[in-house]
Design a protein around this ligand. Structure first.
Ligand code: HEC
Ligand code: HEC
Ligand code: HEC
Ligand code: HEC
Length: 306
């Protein structure tokens, strides 16, 4: 009996020690970035005292959005135009300086994950970047961030609307209209409703789990088994990803390869269509509060419809 207790206690201590070790390692990471940031800031401002500023997790919390984003714990210079040429994670946000369009989305109000998705609460590089296992909304970076603009700017998907700020999405929308996706797929945003293929209207609001549970990744080349990778490879070669089972021994089990056409798309085109498909959002899932719906100054003449 005593042996068991001793064993249990020592087991517990080992786990505790391991936990503390991991905790220290993780906090060391963001602390290091913040220390460096304040040193750099002290130089920029010319005030050495700033180098000794208190190190702490910073967080943008918006009650209405119900999100707490800690990205600025490391991305500390994100809203500081003087950090334009500093390395990540200190760099000024692209298109922020000189009242660029990003600056119209005040970080204090919008936070980061409203556009970038990902895990806003985490404070390690591993848990916030790249593909994170079991995360329902993977970080969007580069051109993929354009798939989030339609959460608020519905008009982006209207015919005849072109926004240069979301050029990849615009390219995807044009391809989707030109190639006639709406002939087979229901796409509410385009007003199409044929019953020949799965509805796409809410594709961008699905969780990773909801997607991966019903999609076959066995033909996917990439090791990253997430939605956007499946979509991209499927656009490149639909019959490879959805080959059906035409040679099954039992005729009853035989299914044809997908009827979705292979257009021999370039990487760029397949990516643009992926961004397009992920921009098809379900407003009921996104739940963006009214106060985040824009009155746009520079793109006048569009209709804001909900
Ligand atoms: C622990 C510190 C840390 C936190 C927390 C953090 N970042 Fe980063 N981030 C970095 C570093 C370091 C880099 C540059 C190295 C790299 O690319 O991994 C980077 C790069 C990036 C990039 C460009 C490269 C890429 O991976 O696409 C984006 C976008 C980005 N971060 C967004 C975010 C967002 C959004 C959050 C919050 C959800 C966040 N980061 C939280 C440290 C951090
Ligand atoms: C209104 C939407 C929006 C918001 C809000 C937003 N971002 Fe971004 N972010 C973008 C877009 C779009 C890009 C891609 C820009 C590009 O590649 O030109 C981007 C790119 C980045 C990059 C990569 C920069 C590079 O040089 O590659 C980082 C880092 C980043 N964002 C961090 C953040 C952090 C941290 C926050 C919160 C403080 C944030 N973003 C809030 C839209 C947004
Ligand atoms: C959470 C809602 C939301 C998201 C997501 C969002 N925006 Fe906005 N956006 C707004 C609001 C609100 C404004 C108006 C801000 C103001 O001027 O008061 C705005 C303004 C703009 C403007 C400036 C127009 C002008 O001159 O007033 C542009 C351009 C823009 N957004 C592009 C984008 C792009 C591109 C993305 C995706 C990377 C994006 N937005 C994501 C809400 C959003
Ligand atoms: C001839 C009819 C047809 C056309 C045209 C077509 N598709 Fe498809 N698509 C299908 C069928 C059938 C499926 C289901 C089997 C599969 O996954 O390939 C499908 C599947 C998809 C899926 C996966 C949906 C899911 O939930 O599994 C996406 C995304 C998609 N198509 C996007 C598009 C886009 C974007 C276009 C236009 C560029 C397009 N499709 C044009 C027939 C079509």
């Amino acid at each position: 009996m005593l042996k068991h207790i001793v064993f249990a206690i020592s087991g517990f201590l080992i786990v505790l020690q391991l936990g503390l070790f991991v905790y220290r390692e993780e906090t060391a990471e963001w602390k290091g970035y913040q220390e460096t940031y304040y040193k750099k800031l002290a130089e920029v401002v010319g005030d050495p005292k700033i180098a000794n500023s208190a190190i702490q997790v910073t967080q943008i919390w918006d009650k209405k959005l119900n999100r707490a984003d800690r990205c600025t714990t490391c991305h500390a210079g994100i809203a500081n135009p003087a950090f334009e040429n500093e390395p990540q994670p200190f760099t000024t946000h692209p298109n922020f300086k000189d009242e660029g369009y990003i600056s119209k989305h005040s970080f204090e109000k919008f936070g980061c994950t409203i556009c970038h998705e990902g895990n806003g609460q985490a404070v390690t590089v591993d848990a916030t970047h790249g593909v994170v296992k079991h995360l329902d909304r993977q970080l969007l970076s580069g051109e993929y961030v354009q798939a989030a603009c339609t959460k608020c700017h519905y008009e982006l998907l209207a015919r005849g609307v072109y926004w240069p700020e979301a050029d990849v999405l615009m390219k995807g929308k044009k391809l989707a209209l030109d190639l006639g996706c709406g002939a087979c797929h229901a796409i509410r945003q385009f007003g199409t409703n044929p019953p020949l293929a799965p509805e796409l209207s809410n594709m961008g609001s699905k969780t990773e789990l909801a997607f991966t549970l019903v999609h076959d990744f066995s033909q996917i080349e990439s090791e990253d088994h997430i939605t956007r990778v499946w979509e991209f490879e499927h656009f490149k070669d639909p019959q490879k990803i959805v080959p059906g089972n035409p040679d099954a021994p039992n005729p009853k089990d035989r299914t044809s390869p997908t009827s979705m056409p292979n257009w021999d798309l370039t990487e760029e085109e397949a990516k643009a269509l992926t961004v397009f498909v992920l921009s098809l959002r379900d407003p009921g899932v996104e739940e963006i509060p009214d106060t985040f719906f824009p009155e746009i100054a520079s793109h006048d003449g569009f209709l804001q419809y909900r």
